[in-house]
Design a protein around this ligand. Structure first.
Ligand code: SF4
Length: 347
């Protein structure tokens, strides 16, 4: 007999679940109960839904699956950083990272298996983009890190950054749906102000987010404010130029009044001259901005090398002199390949 393909129950909205129960001659509120189990309580099986009769649970089991992620391997760095290798229902693997500091725990989550883009300095770019993650797969990564934060650091997760594998805006709908669940009281109830979506800069989609009046924060992996340089390290910049990016970001700021953060690595021989710094200062002028200077983690072939301390110091001084907020981000989790740009399913 041909096996009936069961549906992923977490692809259903609360309304659809209520309708499903009604169509089975049951009460619609049963849909609310199941929805709560699936999202607020992150149930991995129908069996744990103890306020629902055995008969109903069997009926759910016959019709649906819960495609929960599985943390296959957890590695802990000497600095406390944790990297999870997360296995998806179709056996593909992504990575997510827990970054602890004195006062906060940040989850760095993935949005795609592999990546649609091809930044030259990034290990993920070497993996072919296999597929987008579903909203529940993104949500589950956050729940797994929240649990680890409570277990190892005695506190809940405080912040989320979409800086893991993938370009979040190339998986726009699912990322926004996942954020909806993370921030909704029916999910984790986290404030959107604690969530940052980090993009390489897809102008059209930045404008769309502004139009949708999203409440989370925006970060842009800039790395150069000179088109020629940026295109050489982030080839898609040939299509989405800095002028288009800037126009989209101006639009974003007008609509949201939310400061923009630029992620920026200074590489030796690539963007470590005065001309590069001046271009960055100029790029930052149109809206309140913050620059995160991130320490680079070499990914093996040595084409990209972190610039000297002197070059980085000159960046800091010049940005500060021009009234631009700048922070220096030391890399975390280097010993387990969990640092920025290093996620490549190596473990
Ligand atoms: S840096 Fe981000 S956008 Fe660029 S290839 Fe890596 S994962 Fe994709």
């Amino acid at each position: 007999m041909e096996e009936v393909k069961k549906k992923d129950i977490r692809a259903l909205t609360r309304e659809q679940l209520r309708d499903f129960f009604e169509s089975q001659g049951d009460k619609a509120f049963r849909g609310n109960q199941v929805y709560e189990w699936l999202w607020q309580k992150s149930a991995h099986s129908f069996d744990v839904m103890t306020n629902i009769s055995k008969e109903t649970r069997d009926m759910l089991e016959a019709n649906f699956v819960i495609n929960h992620i599985k943390v296959d391997q957890m590695q802990r760095s000497s600095d406390g950083t944790i990297k999870n290798a997360v296995r998806l229902h179709d056996d593909l693997v992504v990575e997510s990272v827990l970054i602890p500091t004195k006062s906060r725990t940040t989850a760095c989550v993935s949005s795609q298996v592999g990546c649609s883009l091809d930044c030259k300095f990034c290990a993920t770019a070497r993996l072919k983009r296999m597929r987008n993650l579903n909203p529940d797969e993104i949500y589950d990564q956050v729940v797994a890190i929240d649990n680890e934060s409570r277990l190892y650091f005695n506190r809940p997760l405080s912040n989320i950054v979409f800086m893991g594998m993938g370009e979040p805006l190339m998986n726009y709908n699912n990322v926004l749906k996942a954020i909806d669940k993370i921030t909704s009281p029916e999910g984790l109830g986290m404030s959107p102000k604690r969530i940052t979506v980090s993009t390489s800069g897809v102008p059209k989609l930045i404008k769309r987010m502004a139009d949708e009046e999203v409440k989370f924060k925006l970060a842009v992996s800039l790395h150069s404010a000179i088109d020629q340089t940026r295109t050489s390290i982030m080839p898609f910049n040939a299509k989405f130029t800095l002028a288009d990016l800037r126009e989209a970001l101006e639009y974003w700021y007008q609509k949201t009044k939310s400061r923009i953060t630029y992620e920026y690595v200074v590489w030796e021989g690539i963007n470590d001259t005065k001309k590069d710094i001046d271009a960055l200062v100029d790029f930052c002028r149109f809206a309140p901005s913050k620059v995160n200077l991130i320490e680079y983690n070499p990914i093996d072939d040595g084409m990209f090398q972190q610039a000297s301390n002197k070059a980085v110091d000159t960046y800091v001084e010049t940005l500060e002199r021009n009234g631009i907020v700048v922070t220096l981000r030391r890399s975390r989790g280097k010993d387990i390949d969990a640092a920025c740009g290093q996620l490549a399913n190596k473990s």
